[in-house]
Design a protein around this ligand. Structure first.
Ligand code: SAM
Length: 280
């Protein structure tokens, strides 16, 4: 850990909280490489989730127009006021990002990107909140657990492919930019990490009703051992013959499992289900 940050954490009596996913990064080259890989431009506004000791915040501030950082842990206030001393374009909001009003935030900042070393205990809720609620987010470059990054980018019919892959695919393309070994964090976690970039491309998977798409995806993965047909019957309380007719209309094998369907196919299935609902 860089000495000045380490000293500040010590002199402020900061105690790392495992339950808040507090594994900090201080290697300046790594921090700069994350911001560079994010593609952030000097005119961009960046939202950071979880500022910690402000090391990534500072690295972002050197390349972006403005950084809005969210930090849940108020005990980091005195640390951040020292480590971010002199950084004019960073604003820290001490709040749980999951409770943030994104519509209000977007009204005040306009288009933005997310760059963050996420707390791993809430990775999925944080990302789904942005994908569900944001209309102006352009990309998310986030450090996550390596296995989670693999899931975000997985292809159909592989063990890593799951509901989160298909939910992300609806709005964003996903790409692993960098693998980061556990030794780069303080304290050292028990897992390796990866930086993954989700680039929002609305309309990449055309579907009439996004929330029905998500319901179909969650139904399909509710029980991985069951066939898609069985999962649909259960989740939508649907007569078996109707589930079969639906699958046949989408040219899906009646014995298929959810994990074999591409996001495009899930969209086709959601649209067919929507038409069926409209008719009945
Ligand atoms: N950005 C810093 C770095 O790279 O060194 C810290 C990253 S650390 C993995 C995650 C940070 O997120 C911690 O400082 C933690 O307190 C904060 N955090 C945890 N849950 C949060 C939440 N729901 N909203 C905002 N911040 C949160």
């Amino acid at each position: 850990m860089e000495n000045n940050v380490k000293t500040t954490l010590k002199t402020e009596g900061f105690a790392f909280k495992k339950r808040l996913g507090q594994n900090f990064i201080t290697d300046k080259n790594l921090l700069a490489s994350i911001v560079e890989a994010s593609g952030v431009q000097p005119s961009d506004v960046v939202v950071e989730i979880g500022c910690g000791a402000g090391t990534l915040t500072r690295a972002i501030s050197e390349r972006a127009k403005k950084v809005i950082g969210f930090e849940i842990d108020g005990s980091l206030k005195p640390v951040l006021s020292k480590t971010l001393d002199g950084v004019e374009n960073a604003e820290i909001i001490f709040k749980d990002f999951l409770k943030a009003d994104l519509a209000a935030l977007e009204k005040s900042i306009g288009k933005f990107s997310v760059v963050a070393n996420l707390p791993y205990y809430v990775t999925t809720p944080l990302i789904t909140k942005i994908l569900d609620e944001s209309t102006l987010c352009e990309s998310l470059t986030v450090m996550v657990q390596e296995e989670v990054a693999e899931r975000f980018c997985a292809i159909p019919a592989t063990p890593d492919y799951g509901a989160i892959t298909a939910v992300i695919a609806l709005r964003a393309s996903a790409k692993i930019l960098k693998r980061v070994p556990r030794e780069m964090f303080t304290p050292r976690p028990n897992v390796d990490s990866a930086v993954v970039k989700l680039t929002i491309e609305d309309g990449r998977i055309p579907v009439a009703d996004a929330s029905l798409y998500k319901k179909v995806v969650h139904a399909a993965f509710a029980s991985r051992r069951k066939t898609l047909e069985n999962n649909l019957v259960r989740a939508f309380d649907m007569p078996r013959e109707e589930a079969e007719a639906l699958l046949i209309s989408c040219k899906i094998d009646l014995k298929a499992r959810g994990e074999t369907l591409s996001p495009m196919k899930f969209a086709e299935l959601a649209d067919a289900l929507r038409s069926r609902n409209a008719e009945s």
